[in-house]
Design a protein around this ligand. Structure first.
Ligand code: GTP
Ligand code: MG
Length: 305
């Protein structure tokens, strides 16, 4: 049986090697001085930990080195682990955890190809396995093949599925699905939307319309806008969050493709710089390659083989 933590450790292996593996190799047998701390800073920045979180970690290293001395490799790694754990666990609580009304609508947004449709399929599977009634609204009217794939996943998981006809108005599908979900006492309505560049005003307006129309049926506090970020994107992720927040709101994040990337440090940058919680992480292409983001497990997977 493949345990959850083992799955997480395997998928984070490249990030772990790029981040702590590199730092470990760097400091092995060397004196912990300013020059070495500069090199550690470079590793953190290259691993997408972000300027702010990196600065925080580096300041701490300098302080610790001058005050009590950082004797060895282990004390540096221990300090890094504590600091990263501290940054990741400061996450604000997510909207859905505090709301008992149903249905809860998750409006899944994001730029092209980040893994939205795949995430909707995985999420439906995850929630269904927890005994929830789930409906998917496929509001992407551009990618028929992807919608067909999603329909197959929905059927396999035994969840309700509503699709847009090609060329239909995505907002009208969202409206129909919201109405149906309400009548059927569905717990979760997952709305998959087409990928859009956050710089294209007309597409962002379409997203706003999907939200507006859904709010005609479902109270706004039951609607969660969830932005899907590709974990391999690097620092651009931060501006995606900012712009989606301005246009359609951003209540939570899903970070995908953390398997196979060495740039998983982005999740540390996001936690340090933005007040949006990470709800789930995507760690593969299969239907069960999605995990609720657990900061403690994440740190453990990042630090231990
Ligand atoms: N390795 C890996 N691949 C993923 C993950 N999530 C999605 N993918 C892959 O990323 C590609 C794009 O996924 P989609 O779900 O179609 O992305 P999308 O955001 O819906 O794309 P658009 O609707 O075109 O914007 C597919 O090949 C997925 O299998 C993940 O967590 N890990
Ligand atoms: Mg899609």
């Amino acid at each position: 049986m493949f345990s959850k933590l083992k799955q997480l450790k395997e998928s984070l292996s490249k990030t772990r090697d790029n981040l702590l593996g590199k730092i470990g190799r760097l400091i092995s047998g060397r004196k912990i001085d300013d020059a070495l701390i500069d090199e550690i800073e470079e590793v953190l920045l290259k691993a997408d930990v972000g300027v702010k979180a990196t600065q925080k970690i580096i300041d701490l290293l300098h302080r610790q080195a001058s005050e009590s001395g950082l004797a060895d490799e282990d004390s540096v790694l221990r300090l890094l682990k504590n600091e990263i754990a501290g940054i990741l666990t400061r996450k604000p609580s997510s909207k859905s955890e505090t709301n008992n009304s149903r249905p809860l609508v998750w409006l899944i947004t994001g730029v092209n190809g980040t893994g939205k449709t795949t995430t909707v399929g995985k999420l439906a599977h995850y929630l269904k396995a927890q005994g929830k009634e789930v409906m998917i609204a496929a509001c992407d009217t551009f990618r028929a093949a992807a919608v067909d794939q999603l329909a197959i996943w929905a059927e396999r998981s035994g969840v309700h599925f509503m699709r847009a006809q090609s060329g239909a108005d995505p907002a009208s599908v969202a409206f129909d699905a919201a109405t149906s979900a309400k009548n059927k006492n569905i717990d979760y309505l997952l709305v998959d939307t087409a990928g859009r560049l956050h710089t294209k005003a007309n597409l962002m307006e379409e997203l706003r319309k999907i939200r507006r129309v859904t709010e005609k049926v479902i109270p706004p506090e039951q609607i969660k806008a969830t932005l899907v970020i590709d974990g391999t994107t690097g620092q651009n992720a931060l501006s995606q969050v900012r712009i989606f927040t301005e246009t359609v709101g951003c209540d939570s994040l899903v970070i995908t493709k953390l398997d196979g990337t060495a740039r998983g440090g982005i999740i540390i940058a996001i936690a340090e710089e933005l007040s949006v919680p990470v709800d789930f992480i995507g760690i593969g292409e299969k239907i069960d390659d999605l995990q609720p983001f657990d900061p403690r497990e994440f740190v453990e997977a990042l630090f231990e083989n």
